[in-house]
Design a protein around this ligand. Structure first.
Ligand code: DER
Length: 219
């Protein structure tokens, strides 16, 4: 129930940031699912949501939230999302849920990124969890060769196609000592749609649930 605690804490943390005409950016994953559930009673506190996946869109709509097309939204006060790993400088490794592309796009429109996670996601160095990279399918092999040349061991996520029709390579074995630089390098490989490193622009705050309660990290 650590996830429930941080989901509730996230609702309390963001409500003061929202006005009646605000649009809330919503990430993807099991922690965000609980956040959406915890948000349901507060639907009147903001105008609508903007979602990072079909999965989150469905859950939001089931709770009666209006979900807007990002093309109709100019800015959002806050974007809430989970992470597979987060370090002490609020760099994140994301994409375990396969939604990394739309997550990074919606987060880029929001003023603040609030990461919600249980404390097991807090790491010293990113990369124990394989790094997801979304690719255009016809480039899977060529991108894999480039990732191997960087020291990674890429494996295609079998049978998985993203909301954008992309494939995902999960790359293990990378020593991610300079996450922003590696994000930039991977972004530049032809065929890469999105790298699961969120370090060029990481989170602005992180709410981490621990046995002793909620720990907040901020930039
Ligand atoms: O895919 C993603 O980036 C998700 O946010 C993921 O990293 C966190 O998912 P979880 O809350 O189910 O652990």
């Amino acid at each position: 129930q650590l996830k429930e605690h941080v989901a509730q804490a996230a609702v309390e943390h963001i409500l003061p940031l929202l006005a009646a005409d605000s649009v809330l950016g919503v990430g993807t994953g099991s922690t965000v699912d609980l956040f959406i559930d915890a948000l349901a009673p507060h639907r009147e506190r903001f105008r609508a949501a903007c979602s990072s996946s079909e999965r989150s869109t469905q859950r939001l709509q089931q709770h009666g939230f209006q979900v807007l097309d990002l093309n109709t939204v100019e800015t959002m006060p806050v974007y809430v999302d989970g992470a597979d790993e987060i370090d002490g400088r609020l760099n994140m490794l994301k994409g375990g849920g396969g939604a990394l592309t739309r997550e990074k796009i919606v987060a880029s429109v929001a003023e603040r990124f609030v990461c919600i996670a249980d404390e097991s996601k807090l790491v010293d160095v990113l990369g124990k969890f394989p790094l997801p990279v979304e690719v255009i399918p016809m480039a899977a092999a060529s991108v894999s060769r480039r990732l191997a040349a960087l020291g990674g061991k890429p494996a295609r996520r079998e049978g998985f196609v993203t909301d954008n029709g992309g494939w995902i390579l999960d790359v293990s074995g990378l020593a991610i000592t300079a996450p922003a630089e590696l994000e930039s390098t991977i972004n530049d490989i032809p065929g890469v749609v999105t790298c699961g490193l969120f370090a060029l622009s990481g989170a602005d705050a992180a709410l981490l649930s621990t046995q002793q309660g909620i720990r907040t990290l901020a930039r």
